[in-house]
Ligand binder design. Structure first.
Ligand code: GLC
Length: 495
């Protein structure tokens, strides 16, 4: 009886003025300016681009109005040109590409083969200031500016310093998402004048970090809410072991530090509709059609075409964080038993080592050293197992993509992988190893191989993971409730 009474309460028509006002404001959209240094499909070097491409798409389907801002890089072709920026309207979202040919018309986003561009501070300082200038120019006064990583952290800093008395931004709050705490934007003190901030901002409670400028630190201090891309990583970064020197700053922020697990974009990653792959498939056709994709890839790579041999895929930056040190140790053993295909760019030491191995194990290993979206899709579709032995992982998207493609992920239980992968022995969808060492990685691989030998059990897991839902629909709801609505006072009255 009680239950029915409660339900009736919700169905009452608002009669007093206050509730009418609330029901009207409930329709009010949250105005969000979302800025990032890379956004798929316009520019991509890693997971940040995928997130920055997908989250706005999910938000615009909810109660949000979006302007998305990024640099105008060399390959970008906007639909319309304005003074100082280009624009494109895609799916109800206005993209704004901030132009400066000297800063952004370059071959790469952040680096040359000799290391980072020496003027990265100047470039992203310019971008951050222009974000605010252009928002004023187009008269879009946002409730929230959502910044991502160090490259856009200065937007949060400037909102609370240079623009603190601005009428235009007086109700604007900022959210900063950290995709990887390892990259902080650290520069020599001599560059401080680039920012145009008073010297008292070069202070331990502001941008100073061991005698240098730390842009991400400034962002963390000045953003109203700091978010990172999984709940476990949000906890880990407040510890000395994973805090990359900023654990103290993050502990001070703990009342406004949240962790929202990323999702993936099923418009991009879906074997039923994927134009890049040889044979499309759904849950029901997976066991047959995945084998066709696998045979095709085996043939193209010059491997033995045999479904009994487990094909392992890896699409990753080739850096220590992604577990390359462990992989190097087990490579001989792995390549003696299984087939392995690796795609990605990265550090020279790993590239050289892997290239050597490729020569030695021509029939069971290929290494492709480039960013190749199309080939990435083909690997996800063809591989049986996806290798992800990350030393630490803020979130990780590959395990979620693997699920969708019925490719079982093998992961080290770290960060976002802890939040998104359960072991098959627990009715989950992945193979997990807990201690970060080569022996445990090899044991996990052998466990995967045992499971693979029993095709019925393997297919039960494939079926299970393809039905998982890691869409942005859930993750965007969390951003709205845990960050945007919490900050925008007027809007939060409607919840
Ligand atoms: C970074 C992180 C990765 C995360 C991605 C998107 O690339 O290393 O774990 O999934 O950003 O947030």
């Amino acid at each position: 009886m009680e239950g029915i009474g409660e339900r009736c309460l919700f169905m009452k028509i608002p009669k007093n003025k206050n509730s009418i006002l609330k029901s009207q404001t409930a329709k009010q959209k949250i105005k969000i300016a979302f800025c990032a240094s890379e956004i798929f499909p316009f520019a991509k070097t890693g997971g940040l681009a995928d997130v920055a491409g997908a989250l706005p798409k999910a938000l615009v389907k909810k109660e949000c109005e979006l302007k998305v801002l990024m640099p105008f890089y060399k390959n970008i072709k906007p639909q319309k040109m304005c003074n100082g920026y280009g624009t494109s309207e895609v799916g109800g979202i206005d993209f704004i590409f901030i132009k400066d040919d000297y800063f952004f018309f370059r071959d790469n986003l952040y680096v040359t083969k000799d290391g980072d561009y020496s003027d990265n501070l100047e470039r992203f300082n310019f971008f951050s200031k222009q974000v605010l200038n252009i928002l004023m120019k187009i008269n879009f006064s946002p409730d929230i500016i959502h910044c991502n990583d160090w490259q856009t952290s200065l937007v949060s800093v400037y909102l609370k310093t240079i623009y603190k008395d601005s009428d235009f931004f007086k109700d604007t709050k900022s959210v900063l998402t950290i995709h990887n705490l390892e990259y902080q934007g650290i520069f020599n003190k001599e560059k401080f004048s680039v920012l145009g901030l008073p010297w008292n901002c070069f202070d331990v409670n502001c941008l100073e970090f061991y005698g240098k400028i730390n842009v991400l630190k400034g962002g963390i201090i000045f953003a109203d809410i700091v978010n990172t891309v999984s709940p476990t990583y949000a906890e880990k970064i407040t510890t000395q072991k994973y805090g990359c020197g900023l654990d103290g700053v993050l502990r001070n922020k703990k009342d406004n530090l949240i962790g929202v697990l990323n999702g993936i974009d099923y418009d991009v990653w879906n074997p039923e509709t994927d134009e890049h792959i040889y044979k499309k498939y759904s849950v029901t056709s997976a066991s047959k059609n995945k084998a066709i994709n696998k045979a095709k890839l085996q043939e193209e790579l010059g491997f033995l075409v045999n479904n009994e041999v487990m094909l392992i895929g890896m699409v990753s930056r080739l850096v220590e964080q992604k577990g390359l040190a462990l992989i190097s140790q087990v490579l001989n053993e792995v390549l003696g038993k299984y087939q392995l295909v690796i795609l990605g760019e990265g550090e020279d030491r790993y590239k050289e080592l892997l290239k050597e191995k490729e020569k030695e194990f021509k029939n069971s290993f290929t290494l492709t050293l480039r960013m190749d979206e199309c080939f990435a899709h083909q690997i996800y579709a063809a591989a049986d197992l996806f290798l992800m032995p990350s030393k630490f992982e803020p979130c990780g998207l590959s395990q979620m993509i693997s699920y969708k493609y019925g490719t079982i992920p093998l992961v080290h239980h770290a960060g976002g992988l802890f939040d998104s992968v359960e072991d098959v022995s627990n009715c989950g969808g992945g193979i997990i190893f807990k201690k970060y060492n080569a022996k445990d990685l090899m044991t996990a691989l052998d466990r995967a191989s045992k499971l693979y030998e029993n095709k019925d059990s393997w297919n039960v897991v494939v079926n299970r993971i393809m039905n998982y839902d890691f869409s942005w629909a859930r993750a965007s709801d969390e951003y709205i409730s845990k960050a945007y609505r919490k900050l925008a006072r007027v809007l939060s009255e409607t919840v």
